[in-house]
Design a binder for this molecule. Structure first.
Ligand code: FAD
Length: 570
């Protein structure tokens, strides 16, 4: 019953916690008591926008005009922001540009200030809020009999709530770091990469996480020099003549560059409505067809907007479309293509004209996120193996500043990219460093030793077993995420091949196990019998990646928090 919900806990005070707090304030309810628990000593900055995930050189890939609405815009905040922060990043109300990306640490301070403004709003509305900083949640225990959730902390007594929203965010498990010299499981916190190195550094990945590692290592072993025309070059320090950065990526592709978006919030009036999706599922044995979504939420949008492009792609299947786009990329030298895309993006920004097919791919990806859990296992495999590799390249939205640095490093002979086979291996060496084993483009087996290695593939999608709140596993409050095969034959054949991500139930259904835990459309956790839990919501991205393939970003925080709070008070 609505009137009973009073005590609400937000676990984690990063961007997801911030958007959840905002939605609660906007809910129109004043009889709430909200408790926000944050492990660190500050709110809002989360991982990417604090020293845990950024140094001064790290930038957002979104600008003020693309950031979902909070209390005031960054442009407004800049007028009242502490001088010391403005000076540190050389930002003034006069030079501020709402279309430009921002230093992540600066952005974190903005998010922090929005928490403060929201807390004032809550007070005015009579909503009682308790902020618990330096407070580490260690367990979440569902108590269905009492209709409560108990939360345990490292530092204080357990507390009881009516509803809990888990917003604990990013987690990068340490596997070899600290045990193998020169091995880094991720580039975070970036302060750990502030060292001099006089040998090649192997980087796994070539997208935004790799760029974070590159920006820090490059600054510690050389300098970027800007000429009067604003062009930059790179020069190694004399002490690091052998310094080199060697990225390794499957297919040897570089990520796409930020361009002008027609709709900064990645929506489109022609997308399938929730009602149309339900109707389609009802007519399709409960499954969402990937081909249907590809037709409706991608191809058909071009009929009006770009008929020439529509003509090019109208008869292509999803696989044929992806192949044609990838073929083009694979045929060209990745840095040449990167340079060409940089020019195209510059033009797009200057003329405020979108690169429409890329924008639509981002829209498709965002729109696919929520209904993806209704794909069949067959389609989920097509999505992750065929479409997502292209999407992840195109929607990386590398900021212009980062692209310029990558090109300067490449021109200086410092940055290179090696295409590796999907089954390539990084073998940690007891004496330090790694051996990279892979097949090159001609299929020849290669093996290269590196003294330093940075795993930069991005936030790993964590498994059910890695879920941090163990009582939820022990009491079976949560269940591993899986997706049913539409064709029993196909499921059976996959199982017969010995695949350990395929399982069968006693009714003869076959399932594909996907990363993380099961959730419903409102981000409530779901148990093994398929029953959703009305008390516990989760927005922590590493644990819901199986059901939310494109799960990240501030737009996700905004959208997911809306669904969470709407369902809470429905
Ligand atoms: C390096 C990086 C850069 C990114 N850049 C962008 C970008 O430019 N634009 C964009 O849109 N998206 C970006 N993202 C995506 C990112 O996922 C979101 O922007 C956002 O940070 C997600 O917020 P969150 O609150 O879910 O997670 P987090 O930012 O990880 O915040 C979680 C919070 O919970 C706290 N916490 C964790 N565990 C506990 C616990 N047990 N007890 C108490 N507190 C806890 C943490 O201290 C943290 O404050 C980036 C992601 C990464 C990794």
């Amino acid at each position: 019953m609505v009137t009973k919900i009073r005590r609400i806990a937000i676990l984690g005070g990063g961007p997801a916690g911030l958007f959840t707090f905002k939605r609660l304030i906007e809910s129109g309810r004043s009889d709430l008591e909200i408790d926000i628990f944050e492990r660190k000593s500050e709110l809002g900055t989360g991982m990417p926008y604090s020293s845990e995930g950024a140094n001064d050189e790290h930038i957002t890939n979104v600008s003020d005009n693309e950031i979902p609405e909070l209390v005031v815009s960054i442009e407004e905040w800049v007028k009242v922001a502490p001088k010391e922060i403005l000076d540190r990043f050389n930002i003034t109300p006069e030079n501020f540009n709402e279309f430009k990306v921002l230093p992540r640490l600066f952005f974190g301070q903005y998010l922090s200030s929005q928490f403060e403004l929201l807390s004032t709003q809550a007070k005015t509305l009579g909503i009682h809020t308790n902020f618990h900083l330096n407070t580490h949640v260690i367990d979440v225990i569902d108590q269905p009999e009492q209709d409560e959730v108990w939360v345990e902390f490292a530092e204080k007594e357990m507390m009881k709530f009516d509803r809990v929203v888990i917003c604990t965010g990013h987690n990068w498990p340490l596997i070899n770091e600290g045990k193998i010299k020169g091995y880094y499981d991720s580039p975070y916190p970036p302060s750990k990469l502030e060292f001099k190195v006089n040998h090649p550094v192997a980087i796994k990945g070539s997208s935004l996480t790799a760029i974070d590692a590159i920006r820090t290592l490059a600054r510690n072993n050389g300098e970027f020099i800007k000429n009067a025309a604003g062009e930059i070059t790179y020069q190694r320090f004399e002490s690091s003549p052998e310094f080199k950065l060697v990225m390794h990526s499957i297919d040897g592709l570089l990520p796409g560059i930020r361009f002008h978006l027609d709709d900064t919030h990645l929506s489109n009036d022609s997308l399938l409505t929730p009602e149309e999706i339900v109707r389609h599922k009802d007519e399709n044995e409960g499954f969402l067809s990937l081909d249907f979504v590809f037709e409706k939420n991608f191809k058909e949008i071009f009929i009006e907007k770009d008929p020439a492009f529509f003509d090019q792609i109208k008869d292509l299947s999803l696989e044929e479309f992806v192949n044609s786009m990838m073929d083009l990329r694979e045929r060209l030298d990745p840095f040449q293509l990167f340079k060409a895309e940089y020019m195209e993006a510059e033009k797009s920004i200057k003329r405020k004209e979108s690169v429409y097919w890329k924008e639509m791919l981002a829209v498709l990806s965002f729109a696919m996120n929520y209904p993806a859990k209704y794909l069949s296992a067959e389609d989920m495999q097509r999505l992750t193996k065929v479409l997502m590799p292209l999407i992840s390249i195109v929607i990386a939205f590398v900021p212009q500043g980062s692209a310029k640095e990558m090109l300067a490093l490449h021109e200086a002979g410092v940055l290179e990219l090696i295409a590796v086979s999907p089954e390539s291996k990084v073998i940690p060496q007891k004496g330090g460093g790694i051996t990279y084993e892979y097949k090159d483009e001609s299929g020849d087996l290669k093996s290269t030793d590196y003294k330093t290695f940075v795993n930069s593939i991005g936030q790993p999608r964590l498994s059910y077993e890695q879920f941090p709140f163990k009582s939820m596993i022990e009491k079976k409050t949560i269940s591993p995420a899986h997706i049913r095969f539409r064709s029993g034959e196909e499921g059976k054949a996959a199982l017969a091949k010995g695949r350990n991500d395929v399982e069968a139930d006693s009714a003869g259904n076959y399932y594909l196990r996907v990363p993380g835990i099961t959730i419903n459309d409102n981000f409530q956790v779901v148990d093994e019998f398929g029953a959703y839990n009305k008390r516990i919501y989760i927005m922590a991205v590493p644990y819901i990646g199986g059901y939310n393939p494109d799960y990240s970003g501030l737009d996700f925080c905004e959208e997911a928090s809306e669904r969470v709070i709407e369902s809470m008070f429905k």
